[in-house]
Design a protein around this ligand. Structure first.
Ligand code: APR
Length: 395
């Protein structure tokens, strides 16, 4: 079994397969330091915590993670808070930086004798239609190499080798939301005791705690904006304007440690199995950060895939991998639709509509004019608040 990528999906999958007696190796193009320090997501859903608990992999997040259950929406008409942790199913997020989770998963995997090849870049997956697929790699010393296995799990993200090696039959549902965010990591304690979503005539701004010393901010920006286009000072001023600091209090400023522009695109590969090649995490489906679901989907899919591969390889159940694709796609559809609803709730520039796969089955479909009404309904209607809380934390 070859697993491509040492992110949340690849490392959880490696832990579970190794524990189930499946011989596997993780191939990761980055070095160990990069893998353990790369700041990505940090909002773990209750179901993600349950999955990690189930497999004894949640020690770090229980020691250092912090429960989080409040959103604050700010608009020109005022602000309101949603204690989503006491709404819907009463579930909260756990704030725990992804690099810490990845480090925990890597430590467990190596501690149990798991094999990983760092600085080993997968170039392509060949013969996925056979029972002996091969992975062409560039080894750490730059030499070409090849790995053969019964199955290859593509957990190497949206731009990885697994996606590049999909056969023609693969369908990619894609949607460009026409929105971009400048993501910022600030060396500053959180300025709100909530996830902050601000809808302003100048554009969206977001606030998400990461640790007591570091806070994630987002600024909606024009497509094609350069991450370094504005000075730190200008960014803080813009954040304060859009987060209505004049009415609700100044932000706690600090050095901006990292910047990056993310264009909001969503996509899903269907199906998630192509012969001996299986997809999980961002390799399976790219989701926008609007509802903090990417890492949570990656963990969910890794557990489902581990169950299916174990059923196939250890218990001789050949139908398990087909069921994996159907089960994972059901969760991806739900997460994608809620994420799209959030994008249209918070941005006045978001592209409307979209092809059938992403059709808003949600009870409160949004068109541009309804976005303000939807925000008002979130403020006043318990029914909509319960619905929001259920989907916001659920995966
Ligand atoms: N060969 C080997 N490794 C690769 C290759 C390649 N060709 N391409 C990418 N990788 C590695 C990356 O270096 C990274 O460590 O695959 C890993 C993919 O990790 P993630 O991008 O974190 O993907 P995944 O595990 O699917 O988690 C996805 O977590 O990062 C958050 O919210 C984010 O939605 C995202 C979710």
């Amino acid at each position: 079994m070859v697993i491509l990528g040492a992110g949340p999906a690849g490392l959880l999958l490696g832990n579970l397969l190794h524990r189930n007696g499946v011989d596997c190796v993780v191939l990761e193009r980055a070095d160990r330091t990069r893998v353990e320090t790369r700041a990505r997501a940090g909002f773990l859903a209750a179901n993600t915590v349950r999955i990690l608990d189930r497999h004894g992999l949640a020690g770090g997040l229980h020691r250092h993670g912090r429960p989080h259950g409040v959103c604050e929406f700010r608009t020109a008409g005022g602000r309101f808070r949603l204690d989503y942790g006491s709404l819907g199913r009463g579930e909260r997020h756990t704030v725990y930086p992804q690099q810490d989770l990845v480090t925990d998963l890597l430590t467990h995997y190596l501690g149990a004798g798991g094999r990983i090849g760092f600085e080993t870049e997968a170039l392509a997956v060949h013969d996925a239609g056979t029972t002996r697929p091969s992975v062409a790699v560039r080894e750490a010393d730059g030499r070409p190499g090849e790995w053969r296995a019964r199955y290859v799990a593509g957990c190497d993200g949206r731009h990885g080798a697994a996606r590049r090696s999909l056969p023609r039959g693969a369908v990619r549902h894609h949607r460009d939301h026409g929105v971009s965010w400048l993501g910022l990591l600030a060396e500053a304690p959180p300025s709100l005791d909530a996830v902050g979503y601000a809808v302003h005539e100048r554009g969206f701004a977001g606030h998400m705690a990461r640790t007591p010393e570091v806070t994630r901010y987002y600024l909606e920006c024009e497509r094609g904006t350069a991450a370094g286009a504005r000075s730190d000072e200008q960014i803080w001023d813009e954040l304060e304007t859009r987060l209505y600091a004049a009415e609700y209090g100044a932000l706690t400023r600090g050095r901006i440690l990292h910047r990056g522009v993310v264009d909001f695109e969503s996509d899903v590969i269907e199906p998630l199995r192509h012969g001996s090649l299986l997809l999980a995490g961002d390799a399976a489906s790219l989701i926008s950060p609007a509802a903090a679901k990417g890492a949570n989907l990656a963990v969910l899919e890794a557990e489902l895939l581990a169950q299916a591969l174990t059923a196939d390889l250890v218990h001789g159940d050949p139908g398990a991998l087909e069921r994996y694709s159907e089960r994972a796609l059901a969760h991806i559809r739900r997460a994608q639709r809620f994420s799209h609803w959030m994008i249209r709730l918070l941005h006045r520039t978001a592209a409307p509509g979209g092809e059938s796969f992403f059709h808003e089955f949600l009870r409160y479909p949004l068109d541009e004019s309804a976005a303000d009404e939807a925000l008002e309904a979130l403020r006043t209607s318990r029914t909509r608040q319960d619905w929001f809380a259920t989907y916001y934390v659920g995966v």
